[in-house]
Design a protein around this ligand. Structure first.
Ligand SMILES: Cc1cc2nc3c(=O)[nH]c(=O)nc-3n(C[C@H](O)[C@H](O)[C@H](O)COP(=O)(O)OP(=O)(O)OC[C@H]3O[C@@H](n4cnc5c(N)ncnc54)[C@H](O)[C@@H]3O)c2cc1C
Length: 468
């Protein structure tokens, strides 16, 4: 592990956004500490296989991302102090980060902070969703990139959004049998938004490449469909799929059945907002994502002065947006720390903001096409688990809401949802829409779970080793 130093700028997360934030500031002379809980940098997009893997072509170690080496090499900058295998589990006294590695917990005083903590798979509950063999699309991509394995021999993909296509393409290339891609939206019915994608030929080419692979390998894609049931004894064996309308509600049509031994659920990604909450940054509900995002200005600064955000944590814009937002945040932090004068700052900032505006149009278009569909949540029955950690069912949560528990905190106190290992990361995206449905109150008015340290599970041995 690198020697621990307190620097004027601290970046949490060494994915595309964090790397570019650290590098941009370092190039201007700022000493930067970058922290990531993985053994290697790269985040989700440039995720690296373990060094024990032997590759004939070194690019294979990064899932073949062409620019991976160029991006990862930026962390070799002499002004960057990188700390891996270390998670940030809390914020104390406003600006002190609590860090934990495999052996100990310790504090890191900070000045400017850039939070580039990325996102995670949105949970999606329906009867049978907890059967072994059912996993998230992002988690499957992670499995493929790090271990080069896939979860089954006959795999069905169900979800909402383009990450499904990237996953289907990766699985087919590895030799898996993808029986079907089940997509809840129908992008071809949204020509107005599709037009914004045509504006970005590289993204268009990427999508067409995936579609070509699927067509060549005879993988069917069902649009306006959703998985409604998974069956199996000790392992998933069958998937039932039905037609849904644009709000995600079932429409009468014969149910299709597929024999499978794995299902990957890709119902979108949710920003990892825990550290923003811990810093006291304002959050607002984004209806397209169906989740809260940190409020920030165009320079990526949050409602807390000197605390910035960048990358997927702001709006799920993908790797290109993450790289760009990292640059904007790193540049602005360096400006605030007086490493660049006003004129030079503006000269560098303006082209970045213009590009950001252009990419924002694409992000917004994709979010409109693949917007969160509350109707899909009605597929769960009263017996379906809504909180896996504490084994709470939809029926139990509904009952608590009917008894008067009208926000996430009250439902947590009444049912224990959010008190388990995941700290609400996986159950609150399911409980929040349920509260809105039962009470008739808009989701916009709900607040996310209050975050309490440790934001990630930690062994007591590590916590006890801390100075506090
Ligand atoms: C599981 C998953 C797989 C994905 N796979 C693909 C793909 O194959 N292709 C594609 O185009 N897009 C993929 N995406 C989308 C992709 O994540 C983004 O486009 C891009 O990587 C976002 O970059 P980022 O820097 O914002 O976040 P990330 O790349 O997610 O990087 C965030 C980093 O911060 C670290 N971190 C978070 N919290 C803490 C903490 N408290 N302490 C320390 N470290 C922390 C994380 O471990 C991670 O390394 C995937 C997303 C997910 C969630």
């Amino acid at each position: 592990m690198s020697k621990l130093v307190s620097t004027p700028l601290t970046v949490v997360g060494a994915g595309p956004a964090g790397i570019m934030a650290a590098y941009t500031a370092a190039e201007l002379g700022v000493d930067v500490t970058i922290i990531d809980d993985n053994p290697f940098p790269g985040g989700q997009y440039y995720r690296k296989s373990p060094s024990e893997f032997q590759f004939e072509n070194p690019n294979d170690a990064f899932s073949g991302r062409k620019d991976a080496n160029a991006i990862l090499n930026k962390l070799a900058h002499q002004k960057i102090h990188a700390i891996y295998n270390t998670s940030v589990w809390g914020v104390f006294d406003k600006h002190k980060l609590a860090l934990a590695d495999q052996e100990r917990s310790y504090e890191l005083p900070t000045d400017r902070v850039i939070l580039a903590t990325g996102a995670y798979d949105r949970p999606f509950a329906f009867p049978g969703w907890t059967l072994p063999g059912i996993l998230g699309a992002g988690a499957t991509l992670r499995m493929i990139k790090t271990q080069w394995v896939f979860p089954g021999k006959r795999i069905l993909l169900a979800g909402l959004g383009p990450l499904q296509l990237a996953l289907a393409d990766a699985l087919v290339h590895l030799g898996a049998k993808v029986v079907c891609v089940v997509e809840a939206a129908n992008p071809y019915k949204n020509w107005k938004q599709l037009f914004h994608i045509i504006e970005h030929p590289d993204r268009m080419q990427e999508a067409l490449g995936y579609l070509y692979t699927l067509r060549k390998n005879k993988v069917p894609i069902l649009y306006n469909h959703a998985i409604i049931h998974a069956d199996g004894k000790d392992q998933v064996q069958q998937a039932r799929v039905a037609k849904v309308d644009n709000s995600g509600r079932l429409i009468p049509d014969p149910v299709k059945q597929y024999d499978v031994d794995a299902i990957c659920l890709g119902y979108g990604l949710l920003p990892s907002i825990q550290l923003m909450s811990a810093f006291g940054c304002k959050l607002h509900y984004n209806p397209c994502l169906g989740w809260w995002v940190p409020e920030h200005n165009s320079m990526m600064e949050t409602s807390q002065l000197g605390i910035f955000v960048a990358g997927d944590v702001t709006n799920i814009g993908g790797s290109k947006v993450a790289l760009l937002e990292g640059q904007i945040a790193g540049l602005t932090a360096a400006f605030q720390l007086k490493y660049i004068n006003d004129e030079a700052y503006k000269e560098k900032l303006i082209p970045l903001l213009m590009l950001h505006n252009r990419l924002d149009r694409l992000t917004n278009a994709l979010q409109q096409i693949y917007s969160f569909r509350p109707g899909l949540l009605n597929l769960a029955t009263d017996e379906t688990l809504i909180c896996r950690c504490e084994e709470v069912t939809v029926g139990q949560a509904k009952e608590a809401i009917k008894q008067g528990m009208k926000d996430l905190h009250q439902v947590k106190l009444a049912t224990r949802t959010g008190m388990g290992y995941c700290q609400g990361r996986f159950c609150s995206p399911l409980v929040a829409p349920l509260i809105a449905e039962v009470t008739g109150e808009p989701l916009l008015d709900l607040l996310p779970f209050t975050v309490r340290p440790p934001i990630q599970p930690l062994p007591l041995r590590i916590l006890a080793s801390g100075s506090r």
